[in-house]
Design a protein around this ligand. Sequence first.
Ligand code: SF4
Length: 398
Amino acid sequence: MVASASGPAVAATGPKTNLFDLDRAALEDFFERVLGEKRYRAHQVMKWIHHRYVTDFGQMTDLGKALRAKLEQHAEVRAPTVLLDKPSADGTHKWLLGMDPKNAIEAVFIPDKGRGTLCVSSQVGCALNCRFCSTATQGFNRNLTTAEIIGQVWVAARHLGNVPHQQRKLTNVVMMGMGEPLANFDNVVRAMSIMRDDLGYGLANKRVTLSTAGMVPQIDKLGEVSDVSLAVSLHAPFDELRSELMPINRKYPIAVLMDACVRYAQRRPGTSVTFEYTLMQGVNDQPEHARGLVGLMHAFERRVQMKDAAKVNLIPFNPFPGTRFERPDEGAIRAFQKLLNEAGLIAPVRRTRGDDIDAACGQLKGQVLDRTRRQAEFRRQLVAQGLDAEAGAGHAAA
Ligand code: SF4
């Protein structure tokens, strides 16, 4: 076995290693220790896979015949299966991707004014049980592997004809699809490292965003190993309401969460943290909520000593079948935004995109089977790791 600091152990024999699972360091180890090759050869293969979208070793023409044969023997490049490929009238594009015979997830590409953002999932379903989230209603099935996370980027980039460093169509990735990324820490961090690697997708740190429901210890851990942008699903400025909407708040209340956000921001001077706020009619869209939110954001900016250190994304709720929540009317949304703007906060209203293909935020759905048993098992694991928030916790896919 080969153990890499940044990658999983690699089997020298047995099942083939899916090279999508390996970041640069792990792939170099694989070349050196499993294939007995020079480490730099790994760079050639990364370019074939992530820049040219070639998965057949036979087509990697700058590799010698013997190396190609070794790769055939020990490795594979296996992307998720595209089950459904659905463009929307407004340019949004959704893929339903099969991860195994029983599980599928969705990835959504959203083009907008010179940038193209891919929303990526980190788990099949989610255990964190946010009350307003469509994904939560499906329960939790399993974590995605690094290969399954980076495979979403690969499928979208290939479809778009993205050429890293030259013809960039995919400019941003948000870990904001199905699942709580920080509950799948190692696989997500490794996948984000491939997204940011020049031999991968070459995205700048600030163009890769991880969105969390507020897993405080993992926010600190992320700050130690990564420089990606942080988005936090806040959705309520008061603990009582937030605990009702997001059970994770019972474990990590707002003050504790904001402390972690301050620590994260202080590690990356000059950068902001985004706070996601889904507006639900009569629930969290009143003037007192806006004032509470302003208070939290101003306190955050004072502590990190930077104006505009906090950005608020206002997301009008997207109703889904069976939900008790409703979207506020346009007037209420604008009134809420005005209160934030008058207090000096940046607070865009996120436009709903891809409505016609159910790709709007909060409508990501996958096929989650056998969820009750698996969710119970996942929660047992969270408890074992000291991460349980009663019924669970999650990010901000609202
Ligand atoms: S909002 Fe995010 S963290 Fe919460 S249940 Fe949905 S997917 Fe999970």
